[in-house]
Design a protein around this ligand. Structure first.
Ligand code: ADP
Ligand code: ADP
Length: 228
């Protein structure tokens, strides 16, 4: 599903954010990415959906070689990847329904399928009754559930979440985690960068720790391993 060989990322300002990353993630895995701020976690997840380009090494995502991927084919890569952000990134003027439907409209899904599929994912995140609201009318946890619905509405094989519980209280965070576990149980590979020691040490999964742009630990049922 994801293969990285000796991957480097140097930003145009000269900062080397990744310094020789090797990893292999199989379909269906659930992986936490942990490490101090500035370690390279966001850069690592960003390379997976081509938010950023690596500067050296080899990356293959779902069989697509990112070294030879043409700019115009990036949307095809992203079609199979759902992304969830710490700050939700919902469109403020659109309703919950429209935020989720929009993700299907941009990939030109058959309009006859849109309504059923949107209501299906809103049901999964338990927000069917809020379909007509706009994001401002929802709690943080509800907004994150909308963003998860948007991420999975086109049945991606891979879901990438960058600190998805970073802006949420603990109780709400556990709700989000049960949704992630359900998505993963349905076969989607989940990669989640997180600073939550409680979550990582409670819901045991593979843990990849990044420090100074390198993988320093990779354990199949790991611990968070940092004090904060
Ligand atoms: P983390 O997600 O672990 O906090 P990041 O991947 O965001 O780490 O950052 C890794 C390093 O790259 C940091 O030194 C950060 O300042 C730098 N960095 C991140 N994004 C950019 C950017 N767009 N331009 C320049 N430097 C960046
Ligand atoms: P109901 O008939 O009980 O409203 P629906 O399944 O038709 O149930 O719709 C559920 C919610 O989805 C509605 O509250 C509505 O806001 C929203 N919805 C359905 N279709 C659309 C659409 N095409 N555009 C925007 N919102 C929609």
């Amino acid at each position: 599903m994801i293969e990285m060989k000796d991957v480097h990322k140097t930003y145009p300002n000269g900062v080397m954010a990744l310094d020789g990353v090797n990893l292999s993630i199989k379909p269906g895995e659930f992986v936490y990415i942990v490490g101090p701020s500035g370690a390279g976690k966001s850069t690592l997840t960003g390379l997976m959906y081509r938010e950023e380009k690596h500067t050296e090494g080899q990356i293959t995502i779902n069989g697509t070689d990112l070294n030879t991927l043409k700019e115009r084919h990036v949307p095809y890569l992203r079609r199979n990847i759902g992304v969830v952000y710490q700050d939700f990134k919902l469109l403020p003027k659109l309703t919950v329904y429209e935020n989720v439907a929009f993700a299907l409209e941009v990939i030109e899904e058959d309009p006859n399928n849109v309504k059923q599929r949107v209501m299906e994912v809103l049901d999964l995140v338990k927000l069917k009754n809020k379909a007509r609201q706009i994001p401002d009318e929802l709690s943080g946890g509800e907004q994150q559930r909308v963003s998860i619905a948007r991420a999975i509405v086109n049945n991606p094989t891979l879901m990438i979440a960058d600190e998805p519980t970073g802006n949420l209280d603990p109780e709400t965070s556990w709700d989000i985690m049960s949704i992630f576990e359900e998505i993963n149980a349905n076969g989607t590979t989940v990669i989640m960068a997180t600073h939550s020691k409680e979550i990582v040490n409670t819901i045991k999964k593979r843990v990849i720790a990044v420090e100074n742009g390198r993988i320093v630990r990779d354990e199949s049922r790991g611990e968070y391993g940092y004090e904060i």
